[in-house]
Design a protein around this ligand. Structure first.
Ligand SMILES: Nc1ncnc2c1ncn2[C@@H]1O[C@H](COP(=O)(O)OP(=O)(O)OP(=O)(O)O)[C@@H](O)[C@H]1O
Length: 316
């Protein structure tokens, strides 16, 4: 669905140097990025501010022309054939709108139907589905400028899907939304990916989006890909410690010396035992702990995705 090889984008900026002189400087926003995304995948594209995420997305959607490299999206060269691309993909920019500000939401959808020449019956069916799943009914006749951010975002996602694209690209889709709206949107996108097989590529600073939606993560920093792989593998490789949370019946002797244990933190009768997955299993550790202290309850916590990404940024 997406093929990116040695993709590069430079910007020439003119900075003041001295009183009258302006110096030309080249900023490399994206430097030789390569990745492939297959149909049906859901991929998170993350990185710190200024990493080059938006610049990449703009090249994938035909808004920016690459300085060098090869890019194909749904079989199309995005900057050469934006029209053909527009029929195959949907794009949602959290910070920008494709809706008509002064018109009721419903009218924007009608206009988009004409733009994409979607047959009336298909349009009605897809719209009905989005209205239902995203809960749009209450504000379909409200002008877009009067919508709350959460309502507008649900409208934006609907607008991007009315022509049934195979790929949906989302740039910061949950930015600024409250927790409930975020969850609603994530649930909808997850369904879209698993049920309909729509490919998802999203940039986000909210790692819960990734946790919920993207089995695969591409991390970019200073214009280059830092890592690319399944989230589960990154968890194991980058954050090799898991945590056994043990609730004790009563205080007992220390368990810090058990094999594989890295550290133990006690909060009343609750112990947080960090252990290395390469050195012991949760089952073996639970047995060893239970042989020493009276255990009321146990749970195993995987590293948070935030920890994984923080560790990756720290390593650069
Ligand atoms: N039009 C432009 N002219 C000059 N420099 C630019 C332009 N657009 C982006 N850049 C620079 O390219 C780099 C990457 O920017 P980009 O917007 O792609 O980052 P990002 O990963 O999307 O960041 P954020 O998370 O803050 O949105 C930055 O250093 C930015 O200043």
């Amino acid at each position: 669905m997406i093929e990116v090889r040695d993709l590069r984008r430079e910007f020439v900026v003119r900075a003041k140097s001295g009183r009258f002189r302006r110096e030309k400087r080249v900023v490399t926003a994206v430097a030789d990025v390569s990745f492939d995304i297959a149909a049906g995948e859901a991929v998170g594209y993350v990185g710190p501010n200024g990493a080059g995420k938006s610049t990449t997305i703009k090249m994938l959607t035909g808004i920016l022309v690459p300085t060098a490299g090869h890019v194909r999206v749904a079989g199309v060269d995005p900057s050469r054939d934006r029209r053909a691309l527009a029929r195959r993909i949907g794009v949602v920019f959290g910070q920008r709108s494709q809706l008509w500000w002064d018109l009721p939401l419903r009218d924007s959808f009608d206009l988009l139907r004409s733009v994409y020449r979607v047959p009336a019956a298909d349009h009605a069916r897809r719209l009905h589905e989005c209205v239902d799943l995203l809960g749009l009914a209450a504000f379909l006749d409200t002008p877009v400028r009067q919508l709350s951010l959460g309502q507008r975002m649900r409208g934006e996602v609907t607008a991007a899907l009315l022509h049934a694209p195979d790929l949906l690209v989302l740039d910061e889709p949950t930015i600024g939304l409250d927790l409930e709206s975020k969850e609603k949107l994530r649930e909808f996108l997850a369904e879209l990916n698993t049920r309909r097989g729509t490919t998802l590529l999203l940039t986000t600073h909210d790692l819960d989006d990734i946790e919920r939606l993207c089995p695969r993560l591409v991390v970019i920093d200073r214009g280059t890909v830092l890592v690319d792989g399944p989230l589960d593998r990154l968890r194991t490789e980058v954050a090799p410690e898991r945590t056994l949370v043990v609730d004790l019946e009563r205080p007992g002797p220390s368990v810090a010396d058990l094999p594989g244990v890295v550290s133990v933190r006690a909060e009343g009768l609750r112990l947080r035992i960090a252990f290395r997955r390469a050195e012991t299993t949760a089952a073996a550790l639970i047995a060893a702990v239970a042989a020493r202290v009276d255990v009321h309850d146990v749970a195993v916590a995987e590293p948070e995705i935030d920890d994984v990404v923080r560790e990756l940024y720290a390593r650069r």
